[in-house]
Design a protein around this ligand. Structure first.
Ligand code: SIN
Ligand code: FE
Length: 300
């Protein structure tokens, strides 16, 4: 299981030595998944009702804790329900945010002062029931890259926890497919990716397609995301790993680097964090640096 590194911790603020921290970060920064099979996010009896898609409003796939943006729905974006219920739902998601942050601070203290906290989500839907256009279909292997959100190399760190209430053993796993390490994937797809059309970044910004300037790096990452999803031979390659994260387990990865697909499962919580790549333990392992080495030019 060289793409997954298992850690035995059962607490959200585990003790770890500086050497061990550096070793684990080194694996994570290669694009491996850090898997904590015994780290459960505890859901109270009174919160069990939130594991249900009835709290989703409209076409939303997930509920996110965004106190500033979603004041009208008690801080939960994409939600519907009575105010007192939504307040309890917000409190549950906020608790996960606190624990996810505590975990990252404990495991990787060097990241701690530099993390930018993005929304925390609860995804109550069944992965298999959301058939979307190929570009948005996360049942296909991909690295995360978003058309409207260029990041110019800033990292996307995600903490996932499976909160499926399954009683029976072997039920309720969130099954992922995991691809090759980033450098191999980049070597495979990079030759197919052309340079951006001169002037296109400024145009996309002016038109409001992107929220900030799309760099050459962003261009390559988006093309890689698309090319991976559109290549049936790549998608069905038997050497990719299929792995089920059981209910009550937690895992962490840089999702802009670890090739991943969600094949099945329901009820997951997720925290996104952003980290400047120069705050990594091994900055040269960042996708931007890997792509710059392969392209032999600056891409920021
Ligand atoms: C994704 O981040 O692409 C999907 C992860 C999941 O839903 O398990
Ligand atoms: Fe993804």
């Amino acid at each position: 299981m060289h793409r997954i590194l298992e850690l035995p911790f059962a607490e959200w603020s585990p003790s770890i030595t500086a050497d061990e921290s550096r070793r684990v970060a080194g694996e994570l920064e290669l694009g491996k998944i850090v898997y904590l099979p015994q780290l459960r996010f505890k859901i109270a009896e009174t919160e069990r009702r939130f594991l249900d898609t009835r709290w989703l409003s409209g076409t939303h796939k997930s509920l996110s804790y965004e106190p500033q943006r979603a004041a009208a729905t008690e801080g939960v974006r994409g939600a519907q329900g009575a105010p007192q219920d939504l307040r309890a739902l917000a409190a549950m998601i906020a608790r996960f945010q606190k624990e996810a942050l505590a975990l990252v601070h404990a495991l990787f203290p060097q990241y701690a002062p530099h993390l930018r906290v993005a929304p925390t989500s609860l995804r109550p839907g069944n992965v298999e029931q959301h058939k979307l256009s190929w570009r948005k279909d996360d049942t296909l292997l991909h690295v995360d890259a978003f058309p409207s959100r260029p990041n110019r190399g800033e990292r996307i760190l995600r903490i996932f926890t499976n909160v499926h209430p399954a009683g029976a053993a072997g039920k309720g796993a969130r099954v992922w497919k995991v691809g090759d390490l980033f450098e191999d994937t980049a070597k495979e797809f990079l030759p197919r990716i052309k340079r951006p059309i001169p002037g296109s970044a400024a145009l996309l910004r002016t038109l409001g397609v992107t929220k900030s300037r799309r760099s050459h790096y962003d261009h390559i990452m988006l093309r890689m995301h698309d090319q991976m999803k559109r290549d049936p031979a790549y998608q069905s390659r038997p050497t990719h790993l299929t792995f089920g994260f059981p209910p009550g387990s937690t895992w962490i990865c840089f999702s802009d680097q670890a090739a991943h697909a969600a094949l099945s499962g329901q009820f997951m919580m997720e925290q996104t964090l952003h980290l400047p790549l120069d705050r990594q333990y091994f900055p040269e392992r960042a996708p931007l640096k890997v792509l710059e080495r392969l392209r032999r030019r600056a891409l920021a």
